[in-house]
Design a protein around this ligand. Structure first.
Ligand code: BGP
Length: 456
């Protein structure tokens, strides 16, 4: 029997835009997703948009019961900035009532809320003013954060500022999967930098409003595994780590942007505009904990044709296709559970063994109805195996002293996923797209047993 530490958090992660529904009603204003779907629905799988995702705005009470029914003692979701402050300044009282009832229902069912503030859903009014490229976004976010801490801090003790900040940077400004779908490395760096400052300024507000609470940030992290021991491949891996891991993890935990990253950006004319007090803001506002989302490893090799100065990240490192990889064919992502052990040891050795948890891990599979048994339950044994293998490596890292306090799966109920719509399903519960009815999968029952035993 592999036991996890006492008070280990077992749960699942979600986000407001992927679950609440009612995305343009009850006082909510448009996010970039609402806008982009209205402008270009053909970009979205089967024209599936963000309007009525999972309808949890209406079903939250029964959903909190469902969380408890599968042994979840914690959950992460986010607040929609556009619901709480539709114009960035005025509090929407309907949103306050909704979130207070929602968070109270979690508590009533023994489910600890971890509340995140930003999950890729930028208000459209802010995008119209330049979005994260504008320095004003920093103060706008800090104001929103402070408002949320004041309104819900009596119910919520654990907060996070951003989910995977690197994703809106690269998808919005390098790879065109998020609005505004621009390709410009220098602007991407500026967007990342303002996001980092917005995070730090929110932490600063948190210390004033909720000095007894805990605050963190959720990062998508994998070590960069080089193709070989050659100096070129090693350098590619170091650079990939600098851009993808250390860019946010170092300042969040250690209080500073790595010198090597500053040098690399300077050499390539990619430095963002900064102000004199920024370094002090970062240094004084480190986090209490980290959430790490892990799905797939990052494998890299030296680029064959690199432009100098760099125009794209692939001028620093290229993707390496490892011939021995195992793959999840639906999502196209490699399955490599050992990375969770490597990450656990990295947190222990390089990041002062700060408390951290696995804030997302999961397997997206298409057409899961194929696996439905005679009584209508989806038997997702592949997902159980996936999670068990990852938990095994996580357990090994914990037994070697890594300070991990929980494991959250992605996700609770099958949900809408950005440009992929409802193609891949991740939930412990399936959702009927016509009726929104939820049914527990075999993995939900397995999770309950695992959480109750605090191990497997
Ligand atoms: C993470 C995001 C989630 C979720 C998940 C699954 O990066 O934080 O919002 O969507 O990935 O990925 P996808 O939905 O792209 O299959």
């Amino acid at each position: 029997m592999k036991k996890f530490p006492e008070h280990f958090l077992w749960g699942a992660a979600m986000s407001a835009p992927q679950t609440e529904g009612q995305s343009l009603s009850h006082g909510k204003s448009a996010s970039t997703w609402d806008y982009w779907f209205a402008e270009a629905p053909e970009k979205f799988n089967q024209n599936q948009g963000p309007a009525d995702t999972s309808k949890m705005y209406d079903t939250y009470a029964a959903d909190c019961q469902r969380m408890q029914a599968i042994g979840m003692n914690s959950v992460r979701t986010s607040i929609a900035w556009t619901r709480l402050l539709p114009d960035g300044k005025t509090v929407n009282q309907e949103a306050v009532i909704f979130y207070r009832k929602y968070f109270q229902a979690m508590l009533d069912h023994g489910v600890e809320p971890i509340i995140n503030l930003f999950h890729f859903d930028l208000p459209m009014w802010l995008m119209d003013q330049g979005g994260w490229e504008s320095r004003d976004s920093v103060a706008a976010f800090a104001y929103y954060a402070e408002t949320a801490f004041e309104l819900f801090g009596d119910l919520v003790k654990k907060w996070t500022t951003f989910n995977e900040p690197m994703v809106h940077v690269e998808c919005g400004y390098l790879y065109q999967y998020h609005y505004p779908a621009i390709v410009d490395f220098k602007r991407a760096v500026q967007v990342g930098y303002h996001t980092l400052l917005a995070h730090a300024q929110a932490v600063e507000a948190f210390r004033k409003v909720l000095p007894k609470g805990e605050i963190g940030i959720i990062l998508n992290i994998s070590p960069s595994y080089p193709r070989s021991d050659s100096a070129e491949d090693q350098l590619a891996a170091q650079r990939s780590d600098l851009l993808n891991t250390r860019s946010f993890l170092d300042p969040a935990v250690l209080g500073n942007v790595p010198e090597e990253l500053v040098t690399l950006l300077a050499e390539n004319d990619l430095l963002p505009a900064v102000k004199a007090d920024d370094a002090a803001l970062l240094e004084e506002n480190t986090v209490d904990f980290i959430g790490l989302n892990y799905y797939q490893p990052r494998r890299v090799q030296a680029p064959e044709h690199a432009e100098s100065p760099a125009k794209m990240p692939h001028d620093f490192y290229a993707a390496y296709d490892w011939p021995e990889k195992r793959i999840n064919p639906y999502r196209g992502w490699e399955i490599y559970p050992k990375a969770l052990y490597d990450v656990a040891i990295m947190m222990k050795e390089t990041y002062r063994n700060i408390p951290w948890y696995v804030s997302e891990n999961g397997m997206g599979v298409a057409d899961e109805e194929r696996f439905m048994n005679a009584s209508g339950m989806i038997e997702d044994d592949y997902r159980i195996e996936f999670m068990q293998e990852h938990l095994d490596y996580l357990h090994q890292g914990i037994s070697e002293g890594s300070n991990c306090f929980g494991y959250h799966a992605w996700t609770f109920v099958d949900c809408w996923s950005w440009l992929n719509g409802y193609r891949n399903r991740y939930g412990f519960y399936s959702m009927d797209l016509a009726t929104y009815e939820r049914s527990v999968k075999k993995s939900g029952l397995w999770f309950k047993a695992t959480a109750e035993k605090n191990g497997f």
